[in-house]
Write a protein that binds this ligand. Structure first.
Ligand code: TTP
Ligand code: MG
Length: 390
C-alpha cells in the first residue's frame, strides 16, 4: 500500500552502514570484503564504529573491540576513522535532500527527518517520493539509505530501521499499534537504560504495556516524563520537523555553557543541564511566557553538535519540567563514550501567559507558581546554588 500523505507526515532517512559505505564509495574494491571502520589500518586495537553488511553476517557490530571481531572473521578488513570524509558525504546527502524539500531536520551525521506536508502536490504518494529520493542519493552520492515513513517522527524512525539496508518502510499508526506487541521498551526514542529499568520494575516489558498503562500511574511516578512516555508509546506525539536553518531563528529562550574543561561524567552533565533549565525557566517566567518545545544541545570536542528536541502536549515554564524533558533528550544523544565541551537547553514554541491550571501536570501548580515567584527573586540575587532542587 503506497500510503496517503494526509496520514503520513514524516520521513526518516538513515544511511546504511554509513562510515563503511563512504569508505567503499572511495575505494570500491572494499565492497567485496567484510569491512569495519575503527582502529588503525590492519590493527587489532580500537573499537568498531560500524561494520558493512558483509561483516555483520559474522555477528560483528558497532561498539565491539576489533580483536574479537577479527577472531569472528579472520579476513576482516579494518579502516581507520576519518570524520572529515564522513562529514563531507553527509553534506552531499543533505544537498540531495534539499532538492526535494527545504523542511529537513538532520539529527546526526547520517540521519534526518523530512516534513512531507506540501509534497502531495509533486508526488502521488509517500512511497514514490521515498523511492525517488533513495535513487537520487545512490546516484549522486554513491551510498545507500533506508527510509521510514510514518505519521510522526517516532514512528518514522522506527520504520527506517525495520528493513535495512536499502529499505523503504511505510508504517501507519494502525501498523505501529500492531507492531508494539513485539517491540521492547528500548525501541522508543528516549527510553534509556535508567528509564527502562524503572519501567521494568513497574512491570512493563514491551511498548504495548506502556501504551495500555493508566496514565495517572505513569504521571505519579515520572511527572511530565510519564505523560510523554504514555503519548509516545501510543504513537500520539506530533513533534514538528524543525528545519536546521530555523533551529536558531525560532523564538526561543535558551542558555548554553562552554565547559571550562571537557566533561566526561554524565551525572555532572545532568547537573549542568538542570541548572541551565532553571535559568531558562526563570527568563521565560519573567516574560510571562511558556513554551512547548524543549531542545538540548551537546557539543563534542570534535565540534559535532547534535540538537535533540521534543514537543510536549502542553506548555511549561517550570525548570524541573524543562529539565525532565531534557533528560529524555539526554538519552537520545549519541555520546559513544565521548566527553562534552558545551551543553545548552532552550525552550521554544513560545506563547504568552503562564500554563493554566487545567493544563498543568502537577496538582499543586498554583501553589508552586507562587512559590516559584519567590524562588526567582532569591535566585536573581544569589544565583542558582542557593536553592537546589530546581
Ligand atoms: P548508525 O546509523 O547507528 O549505524 P550505521 O549507519 O553504520 O548502520 P545502519 O545501517 O544500521 O544504520 O550510525 C551512523 C554512523 O555513526 C556509523 O556509520 C558510525 C558512527 N557510529 C560510531 O562512531 N559509533 C557507534 O557506536 C555507532 C552506533 C555509530
Ligand atoms: Mg545509519
Amino acid at each position: 500500500m503506497p500510503g496517503d500523505f494526509s496520514k503520513l507526515r514524516i520521513a526518516h532517512i538513515d544511511m546504511d552502514a554509513f562510515f563503511a559505505s563512504v569508505e567503499e564509495m572511495v575505494r570500491p574494491p572494499l565492497r567485496e570484503h567484510p569491512l569495519v571502520v575503527g582502529g588503525a589500518e590492519g590493527s587489532h586495537h580500537g573499537v568498531v564504529t560500524t561494520a558493512n553488511y558483509r561483516a555483520r553476517e559474522f555477528g560483528i557490530a558497532s561498539g565491539m573491540p576489533i580483536a574479537p571481531a577479527r577472531q569472528r572473521c579472520p579476513h576482516l578488513v579494518s579502516i581507520p576513522v576519518d570524520h572529515e570524509k564522513y562529514l563531507y558525504f553527509s553534506l552531499e546527502v543533505l544537498r540531495v535532500l534539499e532538492k526535494f524539500t527545504p523542511a529537513i531536520e538532520p539529527t546526526s551525521v547520517d540521519e534526518a527527518f523530512l516534513e512531507l506536508r506540501g509534497l502531495e502536490r509533486t508526488w502521488p504518494d509517500p512511497r514514490s517520493f521515498a523511492l525517488c529520493l533513495q535513487d537520487e542519493i545512490r546516484e549522486k552520492v554513491g551510498v545507500t539509505a533506508s527510509i521510514g515513513i510514518g505519521p510522526n517522527k517516532m514512528i518514522a524512525k522506527i520504520a527506517s530501521g525495520l528493513n535495512k539496508p536499502e529499505g523503504i518502510t511505510v508504517l501507519t499508526l494502525e501498523g505501529y499499534r500492531r507492531l508494539i506487541g513485539e517491540l521492547p521498551l528500548r525501541t522508543l526514542w528516549g527510553i534509556g537504560p535508567q528509564t527502562e529499568k524503572a519501567l521494568t520494575r513497574m512491570g512493563f516489558r514491551i511498548i504495548r504495556d506502556l501504551a495500555q498503562a493508566d496514565p495517572s500511574r505513569l504521571k505519579e511516578r515520572f511527572g511530565i516524563l510519564g505523560i510523554w512516555l504514555h503519548a509516545s508509546a501510543r504513537g500520539e506525539l506530533d513533534d514538528p520537523v524543525i528545519p536546521y536553518y530555523e533551529a536558531h531563528a525560532a523564538k526561543s529562550f535558551g542558555h548554553e555553557w562552554t565547559l571550562p574543561e571537557n566533561l566526561r561524567d554524565q551525572e555532572e552533565m545532568k547537573r549542568v543541564i538542570r541548572s541551565l533549565a532553571a535559568r531558562v525557566a526563570r527568563r521565560v517566567r519573567k516574560k510571562n511566557c511558556s513554551g512547548r518545545t524543549v531542545t538540548l544541545k551537546v557539543r563534542f570536542p570534535d565540534f559535532e553538535t547534535p540538537l535533540r528536541s521534543l514537543t510536549l502536549p502542553t506548555p511549561i515554564d517550570d525548570g524541573r519540567e524543562i529539565a525532565c524533558a531534557a533528560s529524555i533528550l539526554f538519552d537520545r544523544v549519541p555520546f559513544r563514550g565521548r566527553p562534552v565541551r558545551l551543553l545548552g537547553v532552550s525552550l521554544s514554541g513560545i506563547q504568552s501567559g503562564r500554563p493554566s491550571r487545567q493544563e498543568s501536570f502537577l496538582e499543586d501548580r498554583q501553589k508552586r507558581i507562587r512559590l516559584l515567584g519567590i524562588v526567582d527573586r532569591i535566585q536573581d540575587r544569589w544565583g542558582d546554588e542557593v536553592i537546589s532542587g530546581e
